[in-house]
Design a protein around this ligand. Structure first.
Ligand SMILES: [Zn+2]
Length: 67
């Protein structure tokens, strides 16, 4: 999964969309450094789904496709 290899840089917010509805994601930052968001979450208000960011890596797997 290529998503796991992408560091969560703030610039990425312009291209990251919800994998389910392709809608905009709302970013919540818990911890960040100069370049990257270390931990937090991306929330899709449409799907009511929260995608966690752990150790700078966003997990954008749709919840129903855990594999
Ligand atoms: Zn969505």
């Amino acid at each position: 999964m290529i998503y796991f290899l992408i560091l969560m840089k703030k610039d990425l917010m312009n291209i990251l969309v919800c994998p389910v509805c392709k809608g905009k994601l709302t970013l919540t930052i818990e911890k960040e450094n100069e370049k990257e968001i270390v931990s937090g979450s991306l929330f899709c208000g449409k799907c009511k789904v929260r995608y966690p960011i752990v150790d700078t890596i966003p997990n954008l797997l749709p919840p129903e496709k855990k594999s």
